[in-house]
Design a binder for this molecule. Structure first.
Ligand code: RRO
Length: 288
């Protein structure tokens, strides 16, 4: 099932959700076997910011009956650290590389997009306007006009295709998707995590170091499927669908709802080879 994603050729439609698969650690653990049987048809990096970040205080994870709540808080080496340490290793992966970026202002986002787009190793750029775990609590992607301003600002700064990663924590995700499309986005991806919270059973205080977190996994799949369907009906650009996908059946549901590609997130933590299994199951379902 060959896919043309914004002019980039993929051998199939299965991606990873940003931040859910550490390809550098996996390469250390599995060696070149990882490259010979890489689980995704394109690889999305963990979101990077301009300056390095430590991330949120621990604990950073809570397991729910059907998934996770994370409060990771964007730990990363910053743009220069990413270029120096991560990009050379990610460039060795056998699939196109999508770099995920997040700015705390439009100017920061512009710098990230421009600099990432100058690198030959980077095939596409994903704008993460939907992280639930930032100190300000402000999420650009919750508002159509804010999202459009961000995309309009960065659009002239690169010729790389731009994917806008949408939040489910918006009143009308389809309106945000349309605003992104009109502002020049080449694709949208959704869903990021849903805002949630867990309490420490002993102290009755928030368990997560960041107080609240993002809910993912099977618990969010029905919500994600509905949002992918309504976004796909509203835009003409490709939609990358994700949210609790754990089987080929789930992946084919998202594609039936209008997704051109799917991404695997929380399931990667349970099974790092989930992408291979899901791609095979999907292939059997659609007869390729
Ligand atoms: O790092 C995180 O805490 C995080 C990010 Br950037 C995101 O986009 N979504 C999420 O659930 N966690």
């Amino acid at each position: 099932m060959k896919i043309d994603l914004c002019g980039i050729q993929l051998a199939g439609p299965v991606l990873n959700g940003s931040g859910t698969f550490d390809a550098i650690a996996a390469r250390r653990a599995f060696g070149d076997a990882l490259l010979e049987r890489f689980p995704f048809h394109a690889f999305v990096s963990k979101t990077i910011t301009l300056a390095p970040r430590e991330g949120n205080p621990p604990p950073r994870l809570w397991e729910t009956p059907a998934g996770l709540i994370n409060s990771i808080g964007l730990p990363n080496k910053g743009l220069e650290g990413f270029f120096a340490h991560d990009l050379p290793e990610l460039a060795e992966l056998p699939v196109p590389l999508i770099v995920s970026v997040m700015g705390f202002s439009r100017d920061e986002l512009g710098t990230l997009v421009q600099r990432a787009g100058e690198r030959d190793e980077v095939a596409l750029i994903e704008l993460n306007v939907s992280c639930p775990n930032v100190e300000t609590g402000l999420v650009m992607g919750a508002d159509p006009a804010e999202t459009a301003r961000a995309v309009e600002h960065v659009r002239p700064l690169t010729d790389r295709p731009l994917i806008v990663k949408l939040t489910p924590n918006a009143t009308d995700p389809a309106a945000v998707a349309s605003a992104a499309e009109q502002a020049g986005a080449d694709a949208v991806s959704l869903i990021n995590t849903l805002k949630g919270m867990a309490l420490d059973p002993r102290t009755r205080q928030p368990w997560l170091g960041g107080t609240t977190g993002g809910v993912s996994g099977p618990a969010v799949r029905a919500i994600a499927l509905e949002q992918v369907g309504s976004v796909a009906a509203a835009v003409g650009i490709p939609v990358i669908g994700m949210g609790g996908i754990a089987s080929g059946r789930h992946a084919s549901d998202f594609m039936s709802a209008g997704a051109a590609c799917v991404a695997i997130g929380t399931e990667n933590f349970r099974d790092p080879a989930a992408g291979l299994r899901i791609a095979a199951e999907l292939g059997e379902r659609v007869g390729v």
